[in-house]
Structure formats: structure tokens, C-alpha cells
Design a protein around this ligand. Structure first.
Ligand code: SAH
Length: 395
């Protein structure tokens, strides 16, 4: 018997759901939703009463996040099978069998049919980050199911949703271990070791999404002098040192980030590594680097969190890239990224084109980079594509 509350759309508002786009915007809804609870599971129907999908209700602009386009029982078995599918995708991508890598994203929101949930795995620790109340209300069940998953041997599950949940739930949420105890978490990526600062760190503790791009940087590092601007925990710095970089300078405006970066460099290479870290504003520093570096990484935070601030964000990218391209040593290599979802691949490339033209140097594109297979993008949900990068050779 079906007891789920039903939501009916306005006429003509069903097309995107029929194409498996998982979001229902509040403006598309005809029914009164005032009696619904935040995070409640609801069924969505077209105006002509055709069933469209089942999802979590959330007051706000995205009113429902659909997780099933088929009418079926939504129970523990449903979610277990979803998690097993997510695990199997990581297995196919070769992420579970490798001795040198024991961290990966297990659940990437809409890309894995969990709209509003992120789960990252760090060598025995799973970190949950809920972006909707629907999954936050299910965190105990998800924890139970994660602990049952074969092949990943979790010792702990940590919930880190206090800053990712929508208001008004956010002020009441507290980050906590849902299973297991705090430990000093260390995970490896292609043999590089990193402390995972799960409680204090940004995101779930580490930027797993740059894994393949860090690996690529290793290949370009030998004998070069690297400036890693916006370094955070120093992933690109460690990767470059592993690739025999001659010298590495890590820059971040956060002293806390630099402490993590220094700790990670020491963990891998001891105190004697050719590495220095500088707490400063990367925008200003890039004004005066002259020709000190022949390898530069620019991986700034998301300048544009939404479309309204897009033009300001593009100016930011133009500024730092122009400065880097103008001052990198001849035959230098620039790894430049944008993790702003609102900045399209095309817009980013045009911005880099403008930066190069303003700098007046010859620039070639060597690689076009993206997010890795454990951050899959549903083809029906292009909003899931956020990370883009270019590797440039500057003559
Ligand atoms: N490249 C990192 C992730 C970067 S996150 C990695 O691979 O893990 C963005 C970082 O930029 C944060 O650590 C933040 O503290 C830093 N940041 C933000 N604004 C900055 C600025 N103006 N100058 C220097 N660092 C800045």
C-alpha cells in the first residue's frame, strides 16, 4: 500500500523529470507543500497524474531531489543495492584493488543516485556529508549499510554535515562519529601519504577529486621549481616532490592549511625536503613572482558559488592566470583549475584564452582535465560537472 505523500506539478513542468533530471524546483509545484516535513520522502506526479519519481522534500528552491524514477519500495534493501552499485563502479575504476591508493569517493550525490549525499572513504574511515535533510535523517541507516559493505573494512564513520545542511536544520546539527573512535587518520594516494583532518578540514578532509591531476603533475615535476598557489593540504606539493621537483613553494592564505601542508610534506619526505610554505594572499603574490618558477599550479576555491556572481568569478580567474602566464619562466608549465560549478568548461577556457592574450605569450594546451571516475556525472544532470583544468605550455 502506498502511503507516501504526493506532490503534483503544474501543467507542462514534467519534461525535465521525464529526462531523469533529479531536481524539482519549487516554482514547478502545484500542490500545497506546507504540511510536509523537511527531508520527508514524497512521490512526484505530473499534472495529469502520471507518476514521475520519488525523492526527498526540502523547503527551498530545489524542493524535491528525486532518487528513484521507478515506483518501488524505498527500504533498507533499496539503499543497500544503491550503495553496492556505487561500490561496484569504484571497483571497475580500479580504486579498490590498489595497494598504493586507499582513499576514494564512494558516493557522489546525483552522480550515484544519492542526490544530497557525499561519502568519502579514507583508509578505514568513511565521512558522510549531507546536503539535504532527507539523507541526514537516514544517517544511521547509511552508517549501518556502509559497515556491511564488502571489501572496504571500515573502522569508523564520521558525519560532517553541520556546515553542509540547508537552513534551518544546519544550526542544530553537530558533527560526530556515528561509529568508531577518533584516530590519527592517514590515507594514501598513489603511494603518497596524507593526514586526513576530518574534524577541522575543508570538505570531508581532503580534495580527493584532484587525484589523477596530481598524478599527472608528478610527470612534469622533475627538476622544476613549483609554485603551488592555493595549496590547502599540499597535495600538489607532495606529488611534485615525489616527481623529483627541484624546489616547491606552497602558498595559502590560511595558516592552518599551511600547517597541514608542512605536516604532509614531512610525513612523506622528512624535514629536509626542498619545500617552503608561505602564508599570504596568492592574488598579491602572483603580482611579483618574476621568473622564479617554471611550474605553477593554480587551484583556487570556487570563486562562483552561483550564477549571480559569475562575471566577478571570471575576472578572478583572468587575473591570477594572466599574472601566472606573464611571469612563468620560458617553457614553463601551468596547471590551472576551476572548481566552480557555475563556470562552464567553455567559459573557463575562454577566460584562460583572454589571460594568455593579455599576457602576450604563446600558449599551448597539453591536457584538458576533469574530475575522476569516483566523481561521476549523470549525463542528465550537467550541474554535477564542476572540476575543470588545463595544462598549458608557455613558451
Ligand atoms: N589545491 C588544494 C585545494 C585548494 S582549496 C588541494 O589539492 O587540496 C582552496 C584553498 O585556497 C584553501 O585552502 C583556502 O585557504 C585558499 N585560499 C582562498 N583564498 C586565498 C587567497 N586569496 N590566497 C591564498 N589562498 C587562498
Amino acid at each position: 500500500m502506498n502511503t507516501l505523500p504526493q506532490i503534483r506539478l503544474k501543467p507542462g513542468k514534467e519534461a525535465s523529470l521525464q529526462r531523469f533530471h533529479p531536481w524539482v524546483f519549487s516554482g514547478a509545484i502545484a500542490s500545497d507543500t506546507s504540511g510536509l516535513e523537511e527531508g520527508q520522502t514524497v512521490e512526484v506526479y505530473a499534472h495529469d497524474h502520471t507518476y514521475l519519481g520519488t525523492g526527498h522534500f526540502q523547503p527551498g528552491s530545489i524542493a524535491v531531489r528525486i532518487f528513484s524514477f521507478q515506483q518501488q519500495p524505498i527500504d533498507a534493501a533499496f539503499w543497500e543495492s544503491r550503495l553496492l552499485q556505487a561500490l561496484s563502479l569504484r571497483q571497475s575504476a580500479g580504486l579498490l584493488q590498489q595497494a598504493h591508493t586507499n582513499m576514494f569517493r564512494l558516493v557522489h550525490g546525483e552522480g550515484d543516485g544519492f542526490p544530497g549525499l557525499i561519502v568519502d572513504v579514507y583508509n578505514g574511515l568513511a565521512v558522510l556529508q549531507c546536503h539535504s535533510m532527507g539523507f541526514y535523517r537516514m544517517r544511521e541507516l547509511i552508517t549501518h549499510l556502509l559497515l556491511k559493505l564488502p571489501g572496504i573494512k571500515l573502522r569508523a564513520v564520521y558525519d560532517k554535515s553541520a556546515h553542509s545542511l540547508p537552513f534551518p536544520a544546519r544550526p542544530h546539527a553537530q558533527d560526530a562519529y556515528l561509529h568508531g573512535q577518533p584516530e590519527e587518520w592517514v590515507a594514501s594516494e598513489y603511494g603518497d601519504q596524507y593526514y586526513i583532518e576530518v574534524e577541522q578540514g575543508q570538505k570531508t578532509g581532503f580534495f580527493i577529486d584532484q587525484r589523477e591531476n596530481r598524478r599527472l603533475l608528478r610527470q612534469y615535476a622533475a627538476g622544476r621549481s613549483l609554485l603551488n598557489a592555493f595549496c590547502y593540504t599540499g597535495g600538489f606539493s607532495v606529488a611534485a616532490l615525489r616527481g623529483q621537483a627541484a624546489a616547491v613553494t606552497s602558498v595559502d592564505s590560511s595558516q592552518y592549511a599551511l600547517e597541514l601542508c608542512d605536516k604532509n610534506v614531512s610525513l612523506n619526505f622528512g624535514q629536509q625536503a626542498p619545500h617552503q610554505s608561505l602564508a599570504t594572499n596568492a592574488f598579491e603574490m602572483l603580482n611579483q613572482i618574476d621568473q622564479q618558477y617554471d611550474l605553477i599550479v593554480l587551484d583556487p576555491p570556487a570563486f562562483a558559488k552561483h550564477h549571480k556572481v559569475l562575471s566577478r568569478a571570471l575576472k578572478g580567474y583572468r587575473k591570477i592566470n594572466r599574472r601566472a602566464i606573464a611571469q612563468i619562466r620560458p617553457n614553463g608549465i601551468l596547471f590551472t583549475f576551476s572548481c566552480s560549478q557555475a563556470v562552464s568548461r567553455d567559459a573557463f577556457r575562454k577566460t584562460i584564452f583572454t589571460s594568455a592574450a593579455l599576457a602576450g605569450r604563446k600558449v599551448r594546451i597539453l591536457h584538458q582535465l576533469s574530475q575522476p571516475a569516483d566523481h561521476p556525472i549523470s549525463i542528465y544532470h550537467p550541474e554535477g560537472e564542476y572540476l575543470k583544468g588545463l595544462v598549458l605550455a608557455v613558451e
